[in-house]
Design a protein around this ligand. Structure first.
Ligand code: ADP
Ligand code: MG
Length: 580
């Protein structure tokens, strides 16, 4: 109950440090007992008038040695504590990291990014006390009273047994608050991650919030969340303080009882002066380790609550990336009766049948929200849990390893991520082996060469999300990176939305260039961009509403023709207006 077996099993390497910690604490106790014995003996010799120079020297010698040993032991104890918490943090963080790699691109379906960050950073830190202090103290707190009991029982058994019986009152009081504490702490952690989540989101959307003047509203919302967090924190602190007060009462009460016992036993003549003094001096040592355990306990409980979160993360099913097969050479991709739902209730895709022949230029069009990006996410292995079949070169998508899928498929959306760092570093992600000449070639193809030459060349520095470039430049750079990746299949998901017309035209012509040698799946709501496709799939509310070439589709009455007519009217609107 007070020890989490799984947690220790996970980091069994720390066992030896815990043992080392306990041993050095025990040696320190033994040194203390020896020192106290010799001092009390000396005091009683003085009282009896039998003390001489030799006994002064012996006592002083023992005291110095004992202090020295205790000093070394304390150093050892903290070193062992440090080593075990270091091992734990390193092991757990490694496990979390590996787990995330195993969860792969679809991890977001199962766990929020902010939760991962909090668990990996703060959560692992919380375990430092659990392994570095609480666990060793747990064993030492049992070993110390037993050692003292055995030793003192030779001096005066009744006192020793009374002290020993009082010690378990502390863990009993801990156990009494534990169930309550556990519930409270789990709530505390829930509130903590919730607050972190809101904070991260609002921070990322701060510009948007400012534009819409919604920052005050969000501010109030965050204040409310923080207030909840403050309240739960105060509750946790109150609980901890109360329980510490109770433990203190037991510890000091117990020690006082020891003093009373020693005095009565002495007055009855059951113990000599040296023995009575020794019992008085050592009485507190019965309780100090348990009392110490009590204060570690609360921090350790926090760590255990965090470890529940860590294990939840480590236990997430890895249905995603069980695939081991290599992606086949011929990447003819097929969706058969593909159905998909994000939440298990509302179906987004209904019985989609699509074929993407290798080397072809295929487009998917349809109004916003009809499910185009969802299909792309399924092909890229980000959305799992679909029904129906998706095969690449005849192999089931779920059997294909994520790594080889990523080599064959490149996905470019309108919000491809550019990282803080140099242009070179961002481009090298596409192909780590590319030399500068190849990087410049890629920049030239997306017409960024002149701009970058005027800047700092390949060493041009980008801010986070390349916020120091224009939208069009970002998209060009993302395309250059994709070109360097040189994969067989390219999926462009609205890759030209939200950017200036010139960039859009440049990028579209580059996409057409790519289509000559690669498979291109172009998702666009702008039909003018897809006219040249080999096949166009028209989607409407998650269903296929038509397929064929532009010519075929325009000749049949249907969604495509309606969309085309409407968009043509809009696109020519300005031009006609200019003529009039
Ligand atoms: N992560 C998500 N969770 C839940 N619903 C989603 C998610 N992403 C998209 N949807 C829903 O799925 C539908 C299709 O979205 P999407 O495939 O992005 O459309 P589009 O054709 O515009 O790319 C929309 O109704 C949208 O609300
Ligand atoms: Mg979309």
């Amino acid at each position: 109950m007070m020890i989490d077996k799984r947690l220790i099993g996970t980091v069994s390497e720390s066992k030896k440090y815990i043992a080392g910690n306990v041993i050095s604490q025990w040696c320190s106790l033994a040194a203390n007992i020896t020192m106290m014995t010799s001092i009390t003996k000396f005091l009683s010799d003085i009282y009896n008038g039998t003390a001489d120079v030799k006994s002064v020297a012996v006592t002083a010698g023992i005291a110095v040695c004992a202090v020295l040993i205790r000093f070394i032991c304390t150093m050892c104890t903290s070193r062992m504590g440090y080593l075990s918490s270091k091992t734990v943090k390193k092991t757990l963080r490694e496990k979390i990291y590996k787990k995330l790699l195993k969860l792969g691109a679809s991890y977001n379906e199962q766990v929020k990014t902010s939760e991962v960050v909090q668990v990996a950073v703060e959560g692992c830190d919380q375990l430092e006390t659990y392994f570095g202090a609480y666990l060793p103290q747990f064993f030492y707190a049992m070993l110390a009273p037993l050692t003292l009991f055995i030793y003192l029982s030779f001096i005066n058994f009744p006192s020793a047994i009374v002290l020993l019986i009082c010690v378990p009152l502390i863990p009993v009081s801990i156990a009494a608050v534990q169930t309550w504490a556990k519930k409270l702490l789990s709530k505390y952690w829930g509130q903590y991650t919730a607050l972190g989540d809101t904070f991260l989101e609002n921070l990322q959307g701060l510009t948007t919030l400012k534009i819409y003047k919604s920052d005050n509203f969000k501010n109030d919302e965050m204040n409310a969340e923080s207030e909840k967090f403050r309240k739960i924190t105060m509750k946790v602190l109150t609980m901890q303080l109360n329980s510490i007060t109770i433990m203190d009462l037991i510890a000091y009460g117990g020690a006082a009882l020891g003093v009373i016992m020693a005095a009565t036993q002495f007055s009855k003549g059951n113990v000599d002066l040296a023995g009575a003094l020794l019992i008085i001096l050592l009485a507190a040592d019965f309780f100090i380790p348990m009392r110490q355990l009590g204060s570690f306990f609360h921090i350790a409980m926090n760590g255990m609550a965090a470890s529940d979160k860590i294990f939840r993360l480590l236990d997430l099913p890895e249905t995603a990336c069980t695939g081991k097969t290599e992606c086949p050479e011929n990447c003819k991709t097929e969706c058969k009766d593909l159905c998909f739902s994000y939440d298990g209730e509302r179906e987004i895709l209904h019985n989609i049948n699509m074929v993407f022949d290798a080397g072809k230029f295929i487009s998917i069009v349809g109004e916003s929200g009809c499910g185009k990006s969802t299909i792309a996410a399924i092909l890229m292995g980000r959305n799992k849990g679909y029904r129906g079949n998706v095969t690449i070169g005849g192999v089931n998508l779920s059997d294909i390893s994520e790594e080889s899928l990523m080599k064959k498929f490149t996905y470019i959306s309108h919000q491809s991520y550019l990282f803080k760092g140099t242009v070179r570093n961002n481009l090298l992600m596409g192909n780590p082996d590319a030399d500068d000449e190849q990087l410049w070639q890629a920049l030239e193809r997306v017409k960024l060469k002149d701009f970058m030459t005027n800047e700092n060349g390949l060493d041009t520095y980008l801010n986070e999300k390349a916020s120091n470039l224009s939208g069009g430049q970002c998209q060009r750079l993302a395309l250059a990176r994709a070109l360097l990746h040189n994969s067989d299949v390219y999926i462009f998901d609205e890759a030209t939305s939200n950017i200036d017309v010139e960039s859009e035209n440049d990028i579209m012509s580059e996409i057409h260039e790519i289509a000559k040698s690669k498979t291109v799946i172009l998702i666009s709501h702008r039909l003018a961009n897809v006219v040249n496709s080999d096949v166009i799939y028209v989607m409407d509310s998650g269903k296929i509403a038509g397929m064929g070439t532009h010519k075929e589709l325009i000749e049949t009455d249907g969604v495509y023709k309606e969309l085309w007519t409407a968009q043509q009217y809009l696109e020519n609107y300005g031009k006609d207006g200019a003529k009039v």
